[in-house]
Design a protein around this ligand. Sequence first.
Ligand code: AMP
Length: 115
Amino acid sequence: MSDTIFGKIIRGEIPSDFLYEDEHCIAINDINPQAPVHVLVIPKRGIPRLVDSGADDKELLGHLMLVAGKVAEQQGVADAFRLIVNNGANAGQTVFHLHLHIIGGRPFAEGRMAG
Ligand code: AMP
C-alpha cells in the first residue's frame, strides 16, 4: 500500500466514511467535490499511476470499473456520470495512488473532455 493520503485512509489512520468497501477497494466522497456526486474508487493496492499497472493488475482494474458502476447506481447517477483517471501531474493527478473519479449529478456539456 502506498504512503499517500489514500494509503492512510485505507489503513484507517485518517478517519473517513467508506461508501463502499471490499477486499480490493474502497469508495469515498471526494473532499473537494466538483459535482453533486464526486466519489473516488481507490484500490487497496497502492499503484501510483494507471501506467504503473501491469498484467497482474488486470483483474483489479476490471473490478474497479464494476465497483464504479455499482457505486454510481448507489449514488443515483447510473444514467449519467463520468469516470475519470488522471494519470500524471500534468494531467492533474495530485495523489499518486491510482483512483477513479465518479462524477455526476450535474449536466455535462456535450463532447466536453473536462470533468
Ligand atoms: P487527482 O487530482 O486525480 O489525484 O485526485 C485526487 C483527489 O483526491 C482530488 O479530487 C482531491 O480533492 C481528493 N482528496 C484529497 N485528499 C482527500 C481526502 N482526505 N479525502 C477525500 N478526497 C481527497
